[in-house]
Design a protein around this ligand. Sequence first.
Ligand SMILES: NC(=O)c1ccc[n+]([C@@H]2O[C@H](COP(=O)([O-])OP(=O)(O)OC[C@H]3O[C@@H](n4cnc5c(N)ncnc54)[C@H](O)[C@@H]3O)[C@@H](O)[C@H]2O)c1
Length: 339
Amino acid sequence: MTKLLITGGAGFIGSNFIYYQLKHHPQDRLICLDQLTYAGNIQTLRAAMKQPQFRFVKGDIAQRETVFSLFAEEKPDIVIHFAAESHVDRSIADPGIFLRTNVLGTQVLMDACLRYGVLRFHQVSTDEVYGDLPLERTDLSFVETTPLCPSSPYSASKAAADLLVGAYGRTYGLKTTISRCSNNYGPYQFPEKLIPLMITKALSNEPLPVYGTGKNVRDWLHVEDHCAAIDLIIRHGKPGEIYNVGGKQEVSNLDVVKTILQLLQKPESLISFVADRPGHDLRYAINPAKMENMFGWQPQISFSDGLRQTIAWYLEHQQWLDHIVSNRYRAENDAVPKA
Ligand SMILES: NC(=O)c1ccc[n+]([C@@H]2O[C@H](COP(=O)([O-])OP(=O)(O)OC[C@H]3O[C@@H](n4cnc5c(N)ncnc54)[C@H](O)[C@@H]3O)[C@@H](O)[C@H]2O)c1
């Protein structure tokens, strides 16, 4: 039995990763540490909480005493670090919390890993640390050695954390890996991010806000493919290595929005162009050749299938969505006692 400590597991990718682990490695013990910020949702983990090998702990990764006492009690083998402030627009409005959680929180976790002899610390990072690519240079993509050049306070905080992870490996000998992935989509994504936001707006016949011209291109990765990649890295990846994980499905934001409207049989007149985001990255494209060569990993879900499945999921889980849109989920989160 391996003990995995998963931070940020009440958020989008972390919760999908927990369900992936319960399905593929039911013998392992899973401990989720999550502060249940506005981006976390305890309802998402209700099914996991019925499983005997799963434990949820409400706590802040940047609080040393909370983290150290949990590590002392559980002695995890592997830490998979998802917890973060993750929304670019919020980082432009208020960068401070991004530095606290994303940089200092990562430091606290790695200090605990060193103290309690954790065998592997895995940092879940983003392609946004590389900055962006010109729209017209479709021949270019990010590789693991592309220099870091973040554009937003969010991506700068993730880049800073990545550098700290590398330094903890080199200086203290902590066994670390980093994965940098492109834009994820799929079930349980908070409806402030592009795809669930547009689905939510379209369902209620509200205007769909598109930044600038909508020509910005993202490389879409289904969250299930991302979880499979992380699972391979934590079990077979080499300490000190960085792995790029991308979906090889580049689509402009405007085309994403138009496809959602088409699939929901809503008119394009709902699209409303709004002032562009400051510093808005033009294009992201990940080259995942290292993942393919090292592990034979390939994204399995095409964007057109994945988007259909995702829309179907949100239609089937309207209660989950309503709970968030109406803000009722905050009361449920607040009712969970702190560690
Ligand atoms: N969503 C994407 O497309 C994407 C793409 C690339 C990388 N990433 C990275 O993947 C990770 C997970 O992203 P996500 O989209 O699931 O994020 P999310 O915003 O949906 O979830 C973040 C989770 O972290 C928790 N959290 C925040 N601050 C905390 C703290 N101080 N202590 C404990 N828990 C805290 C929140 O409660 C929430 O449950 C992040 O590190 C993000 O940078 C995400």
